[in-house]
Design a protein around this ligand. Structure first.
Ligand SMILES: [Fe+2]
Length: 341
């Protein structure tokens, strides 16, 4: 009840902010496709941050106040983490061998979902059953170590590994002409806060192939949208501010790790298919646990108990081990305290 009331007031607040700030003060209904570069980007972002108080809660709740946390020991300061902080994306070449990539591709998926864009392109998500090879890639300690040190807090697997494929039927359009929903992920956008996306290239990807691009250093922005209207950054803004586009390309077996709060997009090239193994990591927010995915991913009998404690902890949001079960508190299920029956 309280949540319904709060969400009602939140909607009213956001609509009022839109009306006053975007439509009256800026008098600009196409902020991200028009004159955004004429405004002071930083003030604008802070303004939005003030009005999205739910994002403050997320940052405070997970104790991540900055993209550049003060690292507590020298051990944590590695070159790759520093690079990740400055760029918002890093690459690990030869993360797996060609043979291991082929082995992944030969796995029969346990769940398939699709998304059709307006141009008819199909984006396909194929969830894979866990086996030793897949578990080794997903739970490779290099990944969790980098992400832990990047955020300076404990991190968790947030989505189950899946193969993401697309064969674009049209190439990406300039942002001004691009309907944000006509091609999935083709506009400059950002995703969840405190979220990292990892994808493994399952074939060689060059500059002339469909590939993801990240705007260097935009992981340090407070990227917060009030609605979809102010979510997609314009090409004009990028050019005016000389933001550097990092092409996420490489040889088969290259792992790309990017901060989902960075501005990024899929640069579609007509008839150039793209296939990656994808999974996400978070600081504990937005964990996509689902009983069907648990059952499907364990359909080959992978034994989670055989994993080391650190890896079990990393997976605890996707495969909860609750000991005492859950209790319904009238509104939601809460994990029970170990000492209370
Ligand atoms: Fe995205």
């Amino acid at each position: 009840m309280i949540r319904t009331i709060l969400s009602f007031f939140k909607k009213i607040l956001i609509r009022s902010v839109h009306f006053v700030y975007f439509d009256i003060i800026l008098s600009n209904r196409d902020l991200y496709y028009g004159n955004y570069y004429q405004n002071n980007g930083k003030i604008h972002r802070w303004f939005k941050f003030l009005f999205r108080w739910d994002r403050w809660v997320i940052y405070f709740k997970f104790k991540v106040f900055s993209r550049h946390p003060i690292l507590k020991t020298d051990k944590l300061k590695s070159r790759i983490v520093e690079k990740f902080k400055s760029d918002g994306v890093i690459f690990i070449e030869n993360f797996v061998s060609n043979k291991e990539c082929d082995e992944l591709l030969s796995l029969e998926s346990c769940k398939k979902t699709q998304h059709k864009s307006i141009d008819g392109s199909i984006t396909q998500y194929e969830y894979l059953p866990l086996n030793k090879n897949l578990a080794n890639i997903w739970l490779d300690s290099r990944i969790s170590t980098i992400v832990t040190h990047y955020f300076g807090t404990k991190v968790f697997g947030a989505t189950y590994p899946h193969i993401l494929s697309i064969n674009p039927l049209s190439s990406s359009l300039p942002s001004r002409k691009c309907d944000a929903h006509s091609q999935i992920n083709a506009s400059w956008h950002y995703d969840n806060p405190l979220y990292v996306g990892c994808f493994l290239l399952l074939h060689d990807v060059g500059k002339d192939d469909s590939h993801m691009q990240v705007l260097k250093g935009t992981n340090d922005f407070l990227n917060i949208n009030l609605s979809l209207r102010d979510r997609y950054l314009s090409d004009e803004y990028i050019d005016k501010n000389n933001l550097e586009k990092i092409d996420c390309i490489g040889d088969k077996g290259t792992l790309v790790i990017f901060d989902a709060t960075s501005f990024h997009r899929l640069k579609n090239i007509k008839n150039s298919p793209r296939r990656v193994l994808k999974f996400e990591i978070s600081c504990g927010n937005d964990l996509n646990m689902n009983y069907k995915d648990i059952s499907n991913s364990l359909s080959l009998g992978f034994d989670l108990e055989s994993l080391e404690k650190e890896k079990k902890d990393f997976l605890s949001g996707l495969y909860p081990d609750v000991h005492r079960g859950f209790a319904f508190n009238g509104e939601e299920f809460k994990k029970m305290n170990k000492n209370i029956y």
